[in-house]
Design a protein around this ligand. Structure first.
Ligand code: ADP
Ligand code: MG
Length: 234
């Protein structure tokens, strides 16, 4: 459903040309795909291109039959609201809203009735193990709990594609593992889940690992069986 074709993103920094993403081609299957690579290897830039927050210098991203770059900014926003959920480190919860209201928020934007969105938000919080925390403000929740609220919020409109950029960044390892378990569960339900992480131990739980180096996809490791096979493509 989500496909990147010959994606390239260049930035001009004065005299210097930075190629942040370099001829990246990949069709994302359903399941959990981890993207790993050193800092500066282009992971966040790639995610921003895949989600249509940013447009490539060359190549294209296709959502089914729709090339994202053929759409207007509003068109891409609409695609995001309809098809994509996000769990980003920097996308904090709204501090003045309760956990339940935060999860209900995207449904409000989408015009879901108050009754329906309250019921669904409660069910989603239950599903991430926070049924008892629905009335709490984010400041009363731990980092791990806040990130689970963010996952519930990302799932509010039942998106087929879920993006997570370093979602376990500030968490202790137990909370981080729980967050990845939840992402894995979404993947098992048939979603396409794309997880950027520098944590190799967490990445190993994914169905496959894509390795980036200097913006290039240098390795795809499929975890098809108990013994993963590595295929080096460059
Ligand atoms: P990662 O997420 O893997 O750490 P990034 O995608 O953030 O990597 O960055 C990849 C490269 O692109 C880096 O060299 C970074 O400095 C550069 N870069 C990212 N965003 C910009 C920008 N807005 N302007 C200029 N250079 C950028
Ligand atoms: Mg990054």
């Amino acid at each position: 459903m989500l496909e990147a074709i010959n994606l390239q993103k260049r930035y001009h920094q004065g005299e210097i040309d930075v190629v942040a993403v370099d001829h990246f081609t990949y069709r994302f299957p359903a399941g959990l795909t981890a993207i790993v690579g050193p800092s500066g290897s282009g992971k966040t830039t790639l995610l921003n291109l895949l989600a249509g927050f940013d447009v490539p210098s060359e190549g294209e991203v296709r959502m089914g039959s729709i090339p994202l770059s053929a759409l207007t900014e509003d068109g891409r926003s609409e695609v995001r609201l309809k098809y994509m959920g996000f769990v980003f480190q920097q996308w904090n919860l709204i501090p003045t809203l309760t956990a339940l209201e935060n999860v209900a928020f995207p449904m409000m934007l989408a015009g879901v009735s108050p009754k329906e969105r309250t019921a669904r938000a409660a069910a989603l919080l239950e599903a991430v193990g926070l049924g008892q925390r629905a009335r709490h403000l984010p400041s009363k929740l731990s980092g791990g709990e806040q990130q689970r609220v963010a996952i519930a919020r990302a799932l509010a409109l039942n998106p087929p594609i879920l993006f997570a950029d370093e979602p376990t960044g500030n968490l202790d390892s137990a909370s981080g593992a729980r967050v990845v378990e939840l992402l894995l569960q979404q993947a098992q339900e048939g979603r396409t889940v794309i997880l950027v992480t520098h944590d190799l131990e967490l990445a190993r739980k994914a169905d496959r690992i894509l390795r980036l180096r200097d913006g290039r996809l240098v390795e795809i490791e499929e975890a098809t069986s108990a013994t993963p096979t590595a295929s080096s493509i460059r």
